[in-house]
Ligand binder design. Structure first.
Ligand code: PMP
Ligand code: GLN
Length: 371
C-alpha cells in the first residue's frame, strides 16, 4: 500500500462487526437496520431483475431515477437539482467528488468527528485535510475555529448534516458561517445529507438552499439510509452542470455505472415513500436508547438527527473508549463504535461511544439490559 494510505488499512465498522459476530454480541456498532426496507421497494427490484434490467444502465444513471431525485429536491426543499448523477452509494459520490476537485496542495475542510471515508478519499486525492472540532454537548463548530480552518489553499468543505456520529443537525448560524467562508475562499461545498429524513424536533436545511450556495454546492444523498437498503449502494449527487460533469468524469472510471435493477425501484420509492414514518419510527427508539444509556450511568447527548446516539463513559470510570469498545462485545455482549477513531485530535472524544439504534425495539431492550 502506498504510504499515504497506510493509516486507512481497516475500517472500524468491519472490525467491530467481526468482533460482534465472533462473540455473538448485539451489534449496535455498524449503522445498518435489522429490518429491510418497504416490501414494494424490494418487489420492484425483483421485478426489474425478472424483466431484464440486468445489463449496464446508462452511466449517469437511469433517467427515471435522476428525475425522481430532482423531483424529491423540489418537493422537500424547493431546490433545483440542476444536474443529477447516480452513484454507487453516497460513498462513491463523496470519493468521486473529492478526486474530481482536489489534488496535491489543496486543502479540504472537514468537521471532526468525521465519517471515516472522508480522510481516506482526501488522502487518495493527495490533498490535505483541515479539521474543525465539534464538541459535546451540542456539536456545533466554534466560529473562530471554523474560520481558522480556511485559507488560500482551501478547495472544498465537506459538510455532513444530520451528522454521523454525533447526531447533531447543523443550525442556521452554522450553515450560514460555512457558506460565507466558502464564498469568501471560493471553495466548493460537498454536503453529505444521507440522514436528511431522520430528524427529531430539528429541521434539515440543505446547504444548497442558502443564498449564493447553489452554484458552488454538490449535494449528496443515498437510498441506503432513507429506505433501509444499505446493501444496495445506490446514491446520487446533484449540483451545477460543470461540477457534476467533473464528478461524472471520475465516476466513469471508478465504476462506470451503478446497480441496474435497484435504480427503477429507488426511483419509484422516492416518489411514493412514507417519509414521515421514518423519523416517527425512529423517535421512540432514540428515546429508549437515551434513557436506557443514562440509566446505565453514561452521559448521553440526545441526537437531533441520524440513527446514532453518542454517550460518554467517563462517569463510569472509563478513560479509553476505544479500548473499552474492543472488550465490550465479549464482556457485555453489546458492540458499539468508539468516536475517537473519527478524530485527528486524541483529546476530542477519548471516552465517547456511538450506539446505532436502527434496530428492532426488543433488540435495543436486550442490549440495554446487558449494558
Ligand atoms: N455518509 C455518511 C455520513 C454515512 O453515515 C454513510 C453510511 N451510511 C455514508 C455516507 C455511506 O452511504 P452509502 O452506503 O450510500 O455509500
Ligand atoms: N455508515 C455506516 C455507519 O456509520 C457504516 C458504513 C460502513 O460500514 N462503511 O455505521
Amino acid at each position: 500500500l502506498v504510504p499515504r494510505l497506510r493509516p486507512f488499512t481497516s475500517t472500524i465498522f468491519a472490525e467491530i462487526t467481526q468482533l460482534a459476530v465472533r462473540t455473538g454480541a448485539i451489534n449496535l456498532g455498524q449503522g445498518f437496520p435489522d429490518e429491510d426496507g418497504p416490501a414494494a421497494l424490494l418487489a420492484d427490484a425483483q421485478q426489474a431483475i425478472a424483466t431484464g434490467a440486468n445489463q449496464y444502465p446508462p452511466a449517469p444513471g437511469l433517467p427515471a431515477l435522476r428525475e425522481a431525485v430532482a423531483a424529491h429536491q423540489r418537493r422537500f426543499y424547493d431546490l433545483d437539482a440542476q444536474d443529477v448523477l447516480v452513484t454507487t452509494g453516497a460513498t462513491e459520490a463523496i470519493a468521486a467528488a473529492v478526486l474530481a476537485l482536489c489534488g496535491p496542495g489543496d486543502e479540504v475542510v472537514v468537521f471532526e468527528p468525521y465519517y471515516d471515508s472522508y480522510p481516506a478519499v482526501i488522502a487518495m486525492a493527495g490533498a490535505t485535510r483541515r479539521t474543525v472540532p465539534l464538541r459535546a454537548p451540542d456539536f456545533q463548530p466554534d466560529p473562530a475555529e471554523l474560520r481558522a480552518a480556511f485559507g488560500p489553499r482551501t478547495k472544498a468543505v465537506l459538510v455532513n448534516t444530520p451528522h454521523n456520529p454525533t447526531g447533531a443537525v447543523f443550525g442556521p448560524d452554522t450553515l450560514r458561517a460555512v457558506a460565507d467562508l466558502a464564498i469568501a475562499h471560493d471553495a466548493v461545498v460537498l454536503t453529505d445529507e444521507v440522514y436528511e429524513h431522520m430528524t427529531f424536533d430539528a429541521e434539515h436545511v440543505p446547504m444548497a438552499t442558502l443564498p449564493g450556495m447553489a452554484e458552488r454546492t454538490l449535494t449528496i444523498s443515498s437510498a441506503g439510509k432513507t429506505f433501509s437498503v444499505t446493501g444496495w449502494k445506490i446514491g446520487w449527487v446533484h449540483g451545477p452542470a460543470g461540477l457534476v460533469a467533473a464528478v461524472r468524469a471520475v465516476k466513469q472510471f471508478l465504476t462506470f455505472a451503478s446497480g441496474a435493477p435497484f435504480q427503477p425501484a429507488v426511483a419509484a420509492a422516492l416518489a411514493t415513500a412514507d417519509y414521515a414514518a421514518i423519523s416517527a419510527g425512529l423517535r421512540p427508539k432514540r428515546d429508549l436508547m437515551v434513557s436506557g444509556l443514562r440509566a446505565a450511568g453514561m452521559r448521553v447527548f440526545e441526537p437531533r438527527g441520524t440513527y446514532f446516539v453518542v454517550a460518554d463513559l467517563a462517569p463510569l470510570g472509563v478513560t479509553d473508549a476505544a479500548e473499552y469498545a474492543r472488550a465490550m462485545p465479549e464482556k457485555v455482549g453489546v458492540a458499539a463504535v468508539p468516536v475517537s477513531v473519527f478524530c485527528d485530535d486524541p483529546d476530542l472524544a477519548p471516552t465517547l461511544l456511538r450506539f446505532a439504534f436502527c434496530k428492532r425495539t426488543e433488540v435495543l431492550e436486550q442490549a440495554l439490559s446487558r449494558l
